[in-house]
Design a protein around this ligand. Structure first.
Ligand SMILES: C[S@@+](CC[C@H](N)C(=O)[O-])C[C@H]1O[C@@H](n2cnc3c(N)ncnc32)[C@H](O)[C@@H]1O
Length: 277
């Protein structure tokens, strides 16, 4: 039930599970992940001034980054790509309010985007990269869609996110289901790894930085965030198993909580990179 993903194949969830998980929780996404909307706005605010007529949003979900980019850059064409149809349904309804823009939403993963080479002036990807099963390949695919001189703006969960949860789950006996803890072996990249990955994809990193926050929250609110973003990690379990293990985890989180709830760390890693040309 971890919160992020890397290219360790053993821990990477199956693509169908990810799409099904996010589709099933899509109706609750915007209300539960308001912080992702704020993060997407900070990402878009960091994009260098310029003219960005064509926007590609990879792992677009319900469209937080696209909506921020529409506000700042008024692109005439937006392309959203995400394997979770349910997330795109929510996004599609929001786009109804933006009649002037040509919008295309594709049910597809980052490695199978039906988008031509060099099409995008700006590629954004917010809080999805950590779930991509092959990150170096994903960066190459995103770089390929940029026109020469175009910009990639990336935001992902960092390697240090939710490690308190990992420690708590690893200490539980009987153990929680393996995918809930194994995913931490596949967590996000730090700044140095991301900078290298961008260069390996042929991009020039212009700015790479991390926001690291320690927060306290109510254990039930914490569990609700995990349910909404990581339900695909329970894809191989029966409903009874999910309920039983979830109840034990809930008890452990409540036992660990102080008067202000449980403490956890969350990292958001940002990058701005440009395709040479
Ligand atoms: C936490 S949501 C982020 C959504 C949105 N970008 C935001 O900022 O709120 C992660 C999204 O990544 C998508 N995703 C997961 N694996 C993907 C992949 N291989 N290719 C493209 N998108 C993927 C999920 O379906 C989900 O919509």
């Amino acid at each position: 039930m971890g919160v992020s993903g890397e290219d360790a194949a053993t821990a990477a969830p199956a693509a169908g599970d990810v799409a099904g998980g996010f589709s099933s929780t899509a109706p609750d996404y915007d209300a539960t992940l308001a912080r992702n909307a704020a993060g997407a706005r900070r990402l878009v605010a960091a994009v260098p001034h310029g003219r960005y007529g064509v926007l590609l949003d990879v792992g677009c979900g319900t469209g937080f980054a696209t909506l921020a980019a529409l506000e700042r850059f008024a692109p005439h064409r937006v392309i959203g790509v995400d394997p979770a149809e349910g997330m795109l349904d929510v996004f599609r309804r929001k786009l109804d309010a933006h009649g002037g823009v040509r919008a295309e939403l594709h049910v597809a993963g980052v490695q199978a985007m039906p988008v031509g080479e060099g099409v995008a002036d700006l590629v954004v990807s917010a809080m999805a990269f950590h779930w991509f099963p092959d990150k170096p390949a994903a960066l190459r695919e995103m770089a390929r869609r940029l026109r020469p001189g175009g910009v990639l703006a990336l935001l992902a969960s960092g390697a240090g996110s939710d490690r308190e949860l990992e420690r708590l789950m690893r200490g539980m006996d009987p153990p929680v289901p393996a995918p809930w803890v194994d995913v931490f072996g596949a967590l996000g990249w730090d700044e140095a790894r991301l900078e290298d990955g961008l260069e390996e994809a042929g991009l020039v990193p212009e700015d790479v930085w991390t926001e690291r926050r320690r927060r306290r929250t109510d254990p039930d609110a914490y569990l609700e965030r995990l349910r909404v973003v990581a339900s695909h990690l329970s894809a191989g379990l029966t409903e009874e198993e999910v309920l039983a293990h979830g109840e034990r985890l809930r008890d452990a989180l409540h036992a660990a909580a102080g008067p202000r709830g449980i403490a956890y760390t969350f990292e958001k890693v940002f990058a701005i990179a440009r395709r040479p040309g």
